[in-house]
Design a protein around this ligand. Structure first.
Ligand SMILES: *Cc1c(COP(=O)(O)O)cnc(C)c1O
Length: 346
């Protein structure tokens, strides 16, 4: 069996999840009658300090439904040039919603410079009818392409000041918000209080087989529910999946600390390898991004790691990614380092 460090999406459902699926009480969720989905949505709202929650098929659907609930055709989504929404969601908000992506530079820690956010908000009014208007600001936490870095609550508060000055909503792509919460030992509400809406994934480190939640105020969630229907995301007796989400939220959050400790083991081991650049101090959660001198050598490193039984993913620009998750032990990480050391030698 290879040691699969491509992503935390490869996690398999736990025995408790399998049992919960078999026993889930279900109904037709499009009629609002699936008690397990309703429970998951209520529990998610409570946990994040928001009025309401909505269960969606994926993180991509959660982000898309949120953006389309916040903004209308021709409006801009202000987001970082390293954002998952910009890189990996098939241009969905533009293709399906007529929104315009307005990117600003991303710092290595995943933050966007405040002045760049403010500068991206174009003036509106009679003199500016030729401008596209800003519709929503997006933040990502933890930041995937920046190596699982954590946006600090203080930073989010500063973005919220700008957003409120311009009357704009903030959507947080919080695919891995629980990693941030566990790593800093702070409740998720320390972040959600500063944003209008958030999407988080059940199917990454929390190990559920599928699904994400959107949270926000009740009128936002009503609009997002309508968009979800448009996207074909209205599901029926989907309590069998929601049941795994409840297990994820109740049993799988605290153990993320193990993934963070294992990521440190990987980062420290990689730091000593020839040709590999990485700053282990910058690894805050479960994503380890390291650099080889160029894209060809990164591809060669990845191919030899694969032959040695370690699966990695490509970030681009000579960077490779290893992600720790449920099912990967500290011993696996040490074995992976041995294999990668052999790979580094060619
Ligand atoms: C995984 C991920 C998503 C969306 O994931 P799906 O694969 O659509 O479930 C969104 N944002 C970030 C930062 C992610 O890592």
């Amino acid at each position: 069996m290879p040691i699969d460090l491509r992503s935390d999406t490869v996690t398999l459902p736990t025995p408790a999840m399998r049992k919960a699926m078999a026993e889930a009480e279900v109904g037709d969720d499009v009629y609002g009658e699936d008690p397990t989905v309703n429970r998951l949505e209520e529990e998610s709202a409570r946990l994040t300090g928001k009025e309401a929650g909505l269960f969606v098929a994926s993180g991509t659907m959660g982000n898309l439904a949120s953006l389309l609930a916040h903004a209308t055709r021709g409006q801009e989504v202000i987001l970082g040039d390293e954002a998952h929404i910009f890189h990996y969601e098939a241009g969905s908000a533009s293709a399906l919603g007529g929104l315009v992506y307005h990117t600003v530079p991303t710092r290595p820690d995943g933050t966007l410079p405040l002045e760049a956010i403010e500068g991206a908000i174009r003036p509106v009014g009679a003199d500016y009818y030729h401008n596209a208007s800003a519709g929503v600001i997006c933040l990502e936490n933890t930041h995937n392409r920046c190596g699982g870095t954590i946006l600090r609550p203080d930073y989010c508060a500063a973005v919220a000041v700008i957003a409120s000055r311009h009357g704009l909503p903030i959507h947080m792509d919080g695919a891995r918000i629980f990693n941030a919460s566990v790593a800093l030992g702070r409740p998720v509400t320390d972040w959600t209080r500063h944003v209008t809406s958030m999407q988080f994934c059940l199917s990454k480190g929390l190990a559920a087989p599928a699904g994400s939640l959107i949270v926000g105020d009740a009128s936002f969630v009503d609009r997002a529910r309508r968009v979800r229907k448009m996207l074909g995301g209205g599901m029926r007796q989907v309590g069998v999946l929601a049941a795994t989400g409840l297990v994820a939220l109740r049993e799988m959050v605290d153990r993320l600390a193990e993934d963070h400790a294992n990521a440190k083991i990987l980062a420290e081991g990689l730091a000593g390898m020839p040709g590999v650049s990485i700053d282990p101090a910058a690894v805050e959660t479960n994503i380890v991004i390291f650099r080889l001198p160029d894209a060809d050598r990164a591809a060669a490193f990845r191919a030899s790691a694969t032959r040695e039984g370690v699966l990695l993913s490509v970030v681009g620009g000579g960077r490779l990614r290893a992600v720790t998750h449920y099912g990967i032990t500290a011993g696996d990480c040490r074995a992976a380092l041995d294999a990668m050391r052999r790979a580094a030698q060619g």
